[in-house]
Design a protein around this ligand. Sequence first.
Ligand code: SF4
Ligand code: URA
Length: 250
Amino acid sequence: MSQCERSALQDARVYLEWIRRQGLLVPRDELEAAMASGASSPGGAGAQDASGLPSAPAGSSSPQAPARFAALRAEVEACRKCALGYQRKNAVFGVGNPKARLVFIGEAPGATEDEQGKPFVGAAGNLLTRELKKHGVERDEVFICNILKCRPPDNRDPLPEEIAACEPYLLEQLRLIGPQMLCGLGRFAVMTLLKRQITITKIRGTWEHYEGLPLFVCLHPAAVLHQPVNRPLFEADIKTLCEAYKRGAP
Ligand code: SF4
Ligand code: URA
């Protein structure tokens, strides 16, 4: 199997897993047909069959990707798959370029984000935005989102069942955006993405992988607000990341 076929098959698996986790029932023969066409259409054709079900995943190269992205946003904004859906003011889908080469992934919205329905718009977010700008990177050219789309009460840590309910949205976002690289912001986000315990101070500034994409491990900007001694580390991380982004490779 070629690299291209392998990645198409992986796309199909991610998409089918997303459908499964949505609780949508798809007959087994349709699943198998979609798997087969996912493996044999390297461009990710995204064609629809008579039932309107995509017969192959629509990646960012598909003409259907913008419509799917808008539909996904609407789905997240109405989501009640976990208890947080009943407690939030606004779901926070994410902001930025739906074709971004770089996607930032934080943990979950805070109070300001919940109010505004946008990620990283509070004090920590402003620090991130300023630091990117120093390197000539604007918020609207990248995409910024979180693992959880709704705010946990009192900013408590996300629960495993909340992550399990919400992570499929992130996977689908990444599939539709098709970025070159990712940046995990803070210990909790990176641990959740890597599915292992980490010591953020040990692996910050290095590259890992999530869903086959390079994942840069960055200190959370809030760590600078809580402990100013972290500022040079955060600044160094953002510099390393922006240089990789401009090069187009880690
Ligand atoms: Fe849905 Fe995610 Fe919000 Fe839970 S946190 S209600 S899964 S969008
Ligand atoms: N911290 C996060 O992890 N995400 C936000 O959106 C804001 C603060």
